[in-house]
Design a protein around this ligand. Structure first.
Ligand code: SF4
Ligand code: SF4
Length: 321
């Protein structure tokens, strides 16, 4: 079996839903789109997105001599179960920290690659280094970018099964000096649908695939370390960490199955979170309780700030989305 096919088989057995390969080359078109996005100040306080921009779109900056970018998508969906009387934690943050889980799985895939190909170099990327995962996911034929800015996997790679994988997946990359046959970008489109744009409570989706982070509840509740603007705070309802609205309404996510990976099974305390208990938590309790979750990477003060906003919104009945 060729190395690429063996790696895809291994990736699927590790629980990834999609596997693809992009050439390790510079991508000027998404680089220019990113620069236009920065020009409009849509990045909010995420100053790190302004620095070393080229390396986000050029894998050879990360690994000199790189030939291929392997892209893997791992599903994480579970039922949203939104109760407007309780804080809502975004689905991606309800299980174990995805950085850890995907790193473990990509390390296993990297070991397999060495076993098959011998003395090669590779580097793993899971949303923590400056590389545009979405750019390479599209190039590797994983999916297309929807109007909500998410990578959507329209159907299984063999094209035979109409079941959608949707957008509830994490992306992980391996940049390697091993030459693998690249895949072609996959056909896919939102068609006439505009549900995500129409449903976003803060009108954060300002153009096809373009999200103004300043207006996005997900950014405001998880990235902004400062004060959340009043209009966004009121519109965020019961969302204490992240926002899934533009994904939940997406037809490509209709009927998708819950993720089979036990490490992404939702923590019951985060599905039906108790606001009083969260508000009473000390910094030490917060660190220990959420040590294994993505929430644990988050500053306690930000969590307290969000909990205070949710408390106000629940008291005033501003939590129906
Ligand atoms: S995550 Fe929420 S606030 Fe952000 S674009 Fe989607 S629906 Fe709008
Ligand atoms: S909700 Fe509709 S417009 Fe938005 S990403 Fe999904 S298919 Fe595209």
């Amino acid at each position: 079996m060729a190395i690429k096919q063996a790696l895809e088989k291994e990736a699927l057995s590790l629980g990834f839903a999609a596997f693809g390969v992009a050439p390790a080359e510079y991508n000027p078109a998404p680089h220019n789109s990113h620069l236009r996005w920065l020009d409009k100040d849509y990045q909010g306080t995420m100053g790190y997105l302004e620095r070393g921009v080229r390396r986000r779109f050029d894998p050879r900056v990360h690994l000199p001599g790189a030939r291929s970018v392997i892209v893997c998508a791992h599903p994480y969906y579970s039922e949203p179960q939104n109760d407007p009387t309780r804080p809502y934690v975004s689905i991606y943050a309800r299980g174990e920290n995805y950085h850890t889980v995907l790193n473990d799985k990509l390390e296993a895939l990297g070991r397999k690659m060495r076993e098959l190909a011998g003395d090669i170099f590779y580097k793993i990327f899971v949303d923590s280094s400056p590389i545009s995962e979405k750019t390479f996911a599209v190039k590797a034929g994983i999916g297309f970018i929807g109007r909500n800015g998410m990578v959507i996997i329209p159907r299984k790679r063999d094209g035979k099964k109409p079941q959608s994988h949707g957008s509830f997946h994490f992306l992980g990359l391996i940049i390697t000096d091993l030459e693998l046959e690249p895949d072609s970008p996959r056909e896919g489109t939102c068609g006439q649908c505009r549900k995500c744009i129409e449903t976003c409570p803060t009108e954060a989706i300002v153009d096809d695939g373009v999200v103004d982070a300043n207006r996005c509840i997900s950014y405001q509740t998880t990235q902004n370390k400062g004060r959340i603007p009043d209009d966004i705070a009121r519109a965020s309802g019961n969302m204490i960490f992240g926002c899934d609205i533009c994904q939940i309404v997406c037809p490509y996510n209709s009927g998708i199955s819950a993720a089979a990976e036990p490490r992404f099974f939702p923590d019951p305390d985060l599905v039906r979170a108790d606001l009083t208990r969260l508000l009473e938590m000390t910094a030490a309790e917060f660190a220990s309780r959420f040590e294994k979750s993505s929430i644990g990477e988050f500053k306690y003060e930000m969590f307290r700030r969000n909990a205070g906003i949710v408390n106000e919104n629940i008291k005033s009945g501003k939590t129906e989305h």
